[in-house]
Design a protein around this ligand. Sequence first.
Ligand code: ZN
Ligand code: ZN
Length: 373
Amino acid sequence: MAAPWAVLRQCPLLLPQNREGTAYEGFLTAQGRDFHVRILLPMDFQLKNARIECSWHLKKILHGYQHILKQRLHSCPDLVSFLVELKTVMEIALKNTPELHIPRPPEYYSCLVRDIEILGWNKVAYVDTGLTTVKLKAEDSCGRQHLITLKLNAKYPTEPPDCLVDFPVQFAVSWMPQNSLIDIHSQFLAALESLKEFWDAMDEIDGNTWVLEPENPTRSATTRRIAIGSNVSVNIEVDPRHPNMLPECYFLGADHVVNPLRIKLNNNMHLWDPEISLLQNLKDVLEIDFPSRAVLEKSDFTKDCGICYAYRLDGTIPDQVCDDPRCGQPFHQACLYEWLQGLPSSRQSFNVIFGECPYCNKPLTLKSSMKKL
Ligand SMILES: [Zn+2]
Ligand SMILES: [Zn+2]
């Protein structure tokens, strides 16, 4: 056990609460601030069974460090050496939570409130109780609503806030110490207009086709996997700066359906016209009409995997299809990989596995992008 005087020397504000030396209460100092703690040791002084109680404030600061502290409780020979470790962890944690340990000067609050008033409270979507996080809202010229999250540090307005946006491109504010929230808001609006064409193109696709992935596209998502037919889809990667240019296209589905589409894309590429919309261009060069949302259900395209009988598996959807036109059964890549690995007749060459379809026994190849292959 640690002698109470040794504890006292290490942490002068932490006082023994009983004669046995199993309970201590008081304050631990870190970064010049005192935090209320209570330490309860079991009768056998086994540190690993100790109970550490602290204020919610310290708990919040130490959030994410619990596993380190638990490990230290197991490895430290006595309470004093644990207290040394605890103080080190507190110092590190406090340094990593700047908004908690730097008290903000009154000017910070008066300046921020004044800036919000100049901007107008109607443009504020959210303010946290500590006045350190502010969300501003803005509407682009097409009526889409957008949010920008500002994390203000104690040196605001000398230093700019960190800005978080849901954009497909980087957004950096240009900032001078005399700037205020109104400048950020106007830069945000300008950035929204520069992305208008991109969102127009994506909205047209989302509204008129069956997008299989992502399930709920965010404003920053630049890819769409669009259903073309049962088990056939195209994945497009759109350049947010040039949304009406020919995007990168990857077809997914059985060869006999996908190959003619690839040929059409190659032959008609020259017809691509940046003056007309992305969706119309895709229809023109592929010579198809995408299945309409008005007529068909999403379930018409989302056939479950033939091995695990589910549609979504760890965020993936069945994107491997049996090439036999009469079968066409889709599988998850991971499921098919495991299945083919287990078959003695399968053989592998680089990242391609040759085997048999679990459904129709016809030859089947798995071209895998999986790392473990
Ligand atoms: Zn599966
Ligand atoms: Zn098959």
